[in-house]
Write a protein that binds this ligand. Structure first.
Ligand SMILES: NC(=O)c1ccc[n+]([C@@H]2O[C@H](COP(=O)([O-])OP(=O)(O)OC[C@H]3O[C@@H](n4cnc5c(N)ncnc54)[C@H](OP(=O)(O)O)[C@@H]3O)[C@@H](O)[C@H]2O)c1
Length: 265
């Protein structure tokens, strides 16, 4: 896939993995639509891309505000005339046990991570189906396959993402719209700082595993060839997460026993 002149809409583009995708696709010569809530930070990302940013447009949005999506999608499609790739990447994590977590925190995790991605995809899909081409990518997680302590709501939201986008893929084969589930393990971003605690306030700490993990730019470099090949499911993990995925396939019970003693923050 050659991205020169293609249009990529990236959510969660103000930080971490989304920002790294913005850099990578800009280098490929693509038009970019950058989305998240913070306009000032998106402007900084845009400016960091270099002098020629005529191919970069900002569309601010809150992933919990699905009612705004029809207008946001119209704005995004009209920016460069079409959307070739939608990267549903914006998301929020969790650092609280089930006993500590309020229902409002569970709802927020689902609103941002699941309904946000579903809602935006539903707005862009008719446009892609009409053109008979497109690629929908969603940043799921290893947590979309494996539940761990302190992540009950996060893991549930990513499991829901897996189910929805696996179903969507089957419906989209006949329309030539590819669907990719991207499943990273720990990546060094602000995800743990921004994670929700039980009452919905920010965790505000960098987790150990995240601080030692690969950077978002390293991650994106690794996955770009697979994204170009429109792979259906992409894993990008450290050794521990790879091992966990392997053990889960053969003995979920053993994995649960191992994970209960692991530090996962
Ligand atoms: N880092 C990891 O270890 C890891 C591992 C597996 C999966 N992931 C997934 O990767 C994706 C990106 O995370 P990251 O690691 O890059 O974390 P990050 O640095 O915290 O970035 C999160 C992004 O999501 C946006 N966002 C959060 N809430 C939003 C909302 N309500 N509306 C719109 N945008 C919102 C943020 O932008 P604003 O604050 O400007 O709105 C920010 O751009 C997430 O889906 C995450 O679950 C991360």
């Amino acid at each position: 896939m050659n991205y020169q002149g293609k249009t990529i809409w990236i959510t969660g583009a103000s930080s971490g993995i989304g920002e790294a995708f913005a850099r990578a696709f800009h280098k490929e010569g693509a038009n970019l639509i950058l989305s998240s809530r913070r306009e000032d930070t998106l402007l900084e990302v845009k400016e960091s891309l270099g002098n020629d940013t005529s191919t970069v447009k900002i569309v601010t949005l809150d992933l919990t505000d699905t009612e705004s999506f029809p207008i946001k999608a119209k704005e995004a499609i009209s920016a460069f005339g079409q959307i070739d790739v939608l990267i549903n990447n914006g998301g929020v994590s969790q650092r609280s046990t089930v006993l500590e977590s309020e229902m409002s925190t569970y709802r927020r995790l689902m609103e941002v991570n699941y309904f946000g991605s579903v809602g935006l995809t539903k707005e862009v899909l008719p446009h892609m189906v009409e053109r008979g081409a497109g690629h929908i990518i969603v940043t799921s997680s290893v947590a979309g396959k494996i539940g761990t302590k302190f992540r009950s709501g996060y893991s549930a939201s990513k499991h829901a993402v897996q189910g929805f986008f696996n179903s969507l893929r089957q419906e989209m084969y006949e329309h030539n719209v590819a669907v990719t589930l991207l499943c990273p393990g720990f990546i060094k971003t602000n995800i743990s700082k921004n994670a929700l605690t039980g009452d919905g306030s920010k965790f505000n700490k960098m987790g150990d595993a995240h601080s030692k993990a690969m950077t978002a730019d390293e991650m994106v470099q690794k996955v770009m060839p697979k994204i170009k090949a429109q792979k259906e499911e992409i894993y990008v993990t450290g050794i521990k997460e790879s091992l966990a995925l392997w053990v889960q396939r053969f003995s979920p019970t053993l994995l649960n026993k191992i994970l209960k003693n692991q530090k996962v923050t």
